[in-house]
Structure formats: C-alpha cells, structure tokens
Design a protein. Structure first.
Length: 314
C-alpha cells in the first residue's frame, strides 16, 4: 500500500482508460452519491467507466442520475470486463466491498475519509479530516477544474449532507460547508434532496413506535440503546437510518447505540457520540469508522452484545 497525493491520483486517473467504481456493501448516501457523481465526472474526461455494488441499492436514491448504470456482482460475473483500475470509494476495508474485489485483477485505488481505514488498497487517497467522501470528490473536481453539473451537484450535496447529519454533526467543518455551497451553486436543490431522503411512510412510523419501546438508558443516562430485533430487521432490511438519532438527541446522552439483530446470534452495531471516541469502542470488536460515528458486528444476541458494549464503555 502507498498513500498518494492529489497529483499522483490525478496522474493515475489520467493514465487509466477504463475504470471500475465500487463502494461498500449496505451503501449509504455518501457512497452512492460519491459514486454516481464520480462516474459522471470521469465519463466527461473521456474514460470508460463501470459501476458495481455487491448489494441492493436503496430505493430512496433512485432520483439520482446514472443510478440505473450501477450493476450487481452477478452481472459482471456473467459479463466480464477488463479494467485498468478498480476505484473503491468510501470503504475502509477490503471486506467491505464484498465479492467485487475477487472479480478484477487491476490495481486497487481507494478514496476514503474513515480514520479507521485499514490501508488495504494498492494506492490510498485518505482525507480523514473531511466529513464525507462526497466532500473529497467535490474538492477534487474544484482543484482539477472539472465541471460540476447539476446532476453531479445533487449527488455530491446528498453525499456530504447525509454523512454529517445535514450539517448538524461535529464532523461538519468550514470546508464541508464550502463544498456543499459549491454544489448548491452548481444546481443542487437542498430542499428536494432532504425531502426525498427524509421522507417517512405511515408504515415506517408505526414500526418506529414499536422500536421506541426498546429504548433504555445506562451509566447515569449518558449511554442509550435502541434495538431492532431480527423480526423488525426482516421488515426494514438495511433501511435503518434515523433510529440512532432518536436517542442521540437526548440531552444527557453522550453515546447512542443502535443494535440491529441480523439473526438470533449476530448483531450489527451503530455507535454515535457527542464526546466519546466510539471508533475505539468499535475497534475493540473488530469494527471502526470515525471518532463520533462507528460500527461493528458482534456474533451474539442483541442482549449479549449490549452487555459486552456496556462493559467496554467507561
């Protein structure tokens, strides 16, 4: 692995003729927005570009341009393509791209902002001070004088906004706001994006009422948990956005924990905080992320996973 500069990244992209873009499994707004925007930017530079994700693309992102160009792994297993570069966006470990890595023998490049990045790629462009990979892509376009179209602007604004809680989280910096401003100037429509991303169905609200019954507080109300049982997860799939914010916004809470039961003996954890380094907590269980937002998976039940987490949190 070698960390590369912005100039080295630019040269590598200049020399590559065909590029495969991918992001992490369970793709979020930052991953999808960054990918479709970078796809459009690279196409404009005359590159042959493909997009693949080893997962289902959430319906809420269907308003973005070029979303229909994203293929699943099965497509490329049946239709092999040769590329000069596998560009991984917004993924901090090789495992997070699922089966994609095994499909291509090209050098792996990684553009990411996670402080927990495992440095798996052959060439890494890492900006942990940036709130989102979308912020990085916007910055690259600005520095390289690559035009940001209206469709790119919408995708990049969504990428940035969703990864910093629509500019409410502590990872929001002056540069975050500057990059978002560039997107708005290029045609992004913040109201349309927020209304689309945050829209809630009546059925979802009914389910939220049920989930809120699982809320519990610990350690003098500094730690709060909320649970999604395997039965609830079967209904939600990976559409779990917003649940952790219910408890994160409680005035006394520093650490908010969302426990997602993938099965009776496997629990995925999302951690958010106002002060505690939750990346360190996630690392304890083989996960990672950011200081204020991280995640991990514990191979046990929700109750046991909660118990183990509370033992680690001081």
């Amino acid at each position: 692995m070698s960390k590369i500069t912005i100039n080295q990244l630019h040269m590598a992209l200049y020399e590559a003729n065909s590029i495969m873009l991918t992001v992490h499994v369970r793709p979020d707004g930052d991953a999808i927005g960054s990918m479709v925007a970078f796809y459009e930017a690279l196409i404009a530079q005359g590159k042959t570009v493909h997009m693949v994700v080893d997962d289902i693309i959430p319906e809420r992102y269907s308003f973005l341009s070029y979303i229909d160009q994203i293929k699943d792994v099965a497509y490329y297993e049946a239709n092999h393509v040769s590329v000069d570069m596998l560009m991984v966006l917004d993924a901090s470990t090789y495992e997070r791209i699922g089966r994609v890595g095994a499909l291509f023998s090209a050098p792996i490049f990684n553009i990411d902002h996670h402080i927990s990045n495992s440095e798996f790629a052959d060439h890494l462009y890492l900006k942990p001070e940036f709130a989102a990979t979308g912020e990085i892509i916007t910055d690259l376009c600005e520095q390289w004088n690559w035009p940001i179209t209206e469709s790119m602007a919408n995708a990049l604004y969504m990428a940035i906004a969703t990864d910093c809680g629509f500019f409410k989280f502590s990872n929001t910096t002056a540069n975050t706001l500057k990059m978002a401003s560039l997107c708005v100037a290029a045609g992004a429509r913040p109201n349309v994006i927020s209304e689309t991303i945050e829209a809630v169905s009546a059925a979802r609200l009914e389910l939220t009422k049920q989930v809120m019954q699982t809320i519990a507080f610990y350690k003098d109300n500094r730690v709060a948990t909320i649970e999604l049982s395997p039965e609830v997860m079967a209904i939600l799939g990976d559409d779990t956005d917003g649940f952790v914010d219910i408890i994160r916004n409680v005035d006394t809470v520093d650490v908010a924990i969302l426990l997602k039961g993938e099965s009776p003996n496997r629990t995925r954890i999302s951690l958010r905080s106002k002060g505690t380094d939750v990346n360190a907590i996630a690392n304890h269980f083989g996960g990672g992320g950011h200081i204020r937002a991280a995640g991990c998976t514990i191979e046990t039940s929700i109750d046991e996973a909660k118990s183990r987490l509370l033992e680690v949190i001081k």
